[in-house]
Design a protein around this ligand. Structure first.
Ligand code: UDP
Ligand code: MG
Length: 336
């Protein structure tokens, strides 16, 4: 069990990696999270294999992650695996959520490029070929960006607003209107495995890595079968994870409010004391003391919260344990 845990934490070891220069065709891995998709998963795999069959110059690997489905999806996946040796199925012991399922798949994908996509056919398999083309063209991370999407007006409106708000407050440049449908070059996938934070917002982590990133536009289809596995509750949690993982704006807001409160409190104190000194007749007895004490304490408390907040922010960054830096290549003098 220990070695398994170890394996999940570290990048895929050297000997497991494939080298294109060994003469083997490049391997494309697909990471495919599945949660209660029994009605559509077979058709998904058919469409995916039909799409990839048109590009026979690559080898493929399909890593399905069954995220604790309760509807017989696992049975269908086992069938799919029986008929297609390129399929691997990771079966979670319970539902851990979409972002964790993707993480597990990435940990176990060994391709020269790794493609993450939904399994409800909202991310059309043929679009993944466009991602591959952009990769062949030199991109290291290719995000599929929704030109249009066929979801409920409510989901479209909230998603539209959310991505733009997030973009404004996030510390990294998170592209708007992209989900987790993207291709990662092997190098980028390896680096992403180094991000082990628990509240995961993968699209943000990918954006923060750097590398040559590109976008491919596509029209997002309707779900073929079943209904969304992202109810309001899960959507809100993901949205909150996005903000808190990539922005300390809420914390900074407290600090700012602290300063403003303190300045206002000082003005209030000056006003109360001046009133007491110059117009003693109109001040109620005891009022000055009360005002001074209350404003002083209030201002001090808000400011202290801000100070604590800035430490909490730093602690938060520390516990996320993100890589300090990401090296694409080390260039030395004897290899051109
Ligand atoms: N999914 C998952 N675990 C979950 C929820 C969803 O693995 O807890 C998978 C699901 O099977 C699908 C993808 O994540 O392949 C996206 O989910 P969904 O289509 O329900 O989200 P939406 O497209 O409605 O945002
Ligand atoms: Mg979907």
């Amino acid at each position: 069990a220990d070695t398994m845990r170890q394996q999940a934490r570290v990048p895929v070891p050297q000997q497991q990696r494939r080298a294109i220069d060994e003469g083997a065709p490049p391997l494309i891995s697909y990471v495919l999270p599945v949660y209660n998709e029994v009605a559509g998963i077979k058709r998904f795999h058919e469409e995916l294999t039909a799409a990839t069959a048109t590009r026979a110059e690559f080898d493929y690997e399909f890593v399905y992650v069954n995220d604790g489905s309760s509807d017989g999806s696992l049975g269908v996946l086992k069938d799919v695996a029986k008929n297609d040796p390129r399929v691997r199925v990771m079966d979670f012991a319970r539902n851990f959520g979409h972002q964790i399922a993707i993480t597990a798949g990435l940990d176990h994908a060994s391709g020269d490029a790794v493609i993450v996509m939904d399994t409800d056919l909202q991310d059309p398999p043929r679009v993944s070929l466009d991602l591959i083309d952009a990769w062949l063209d030199g991109a290291e991370i290719v995000s599929a960006r929704r030109r249009t999407r066929r979801d409920t007006p409510f989901k479209r409106a909230t998603a539209h607003t959310y991505y733009r708000v997030l973009r404004r407050c996030a510390e990294v440049d998170i592209p708007v209107d992209t989900g987790d449908f993207r291709l990662l070059d092997r190098r980028a996938a390896e680096e992403l495995r180094g991000f082990r934070e628990r509240s995961r917002f993968i699209r943000g982590m990918v954006a923060s890595m750097g590398f040559e990133q590109r976008e491919v536009l596509f029209d997002r289809d309707e779900r073929v079968a079943g209904e969304t596995k992202y109810p309001m509750r899960k959507m809100l949690r993901l949205a909150a994870d996005g903000v808190t993982s990539f922005s300390t704006v809420p914390l900074k807001l407290i600090t700012r409010i602290g300063f403003i409160t303190l300045v206002l409190a000082m003005l209030g104190i000056v006003y109360a004391v001046a009133l007491r000194l110059f117009f003693p007749a109109i001040t109620v007895s005891g009022w000055t003391m009360l005002m001074v004490a209350m404003l002083f304490l209030g201002g001090l408390q808000m400011l202290s919260l801000g100070v604590i907040g800035s430490y909490v922010g730093r602690i938060y960054h520390e516990v996320q344990q993100r890589p300090l830096y990401i090296v694409r290549n080390v260039i030395s003098h004897d290899e051109d």
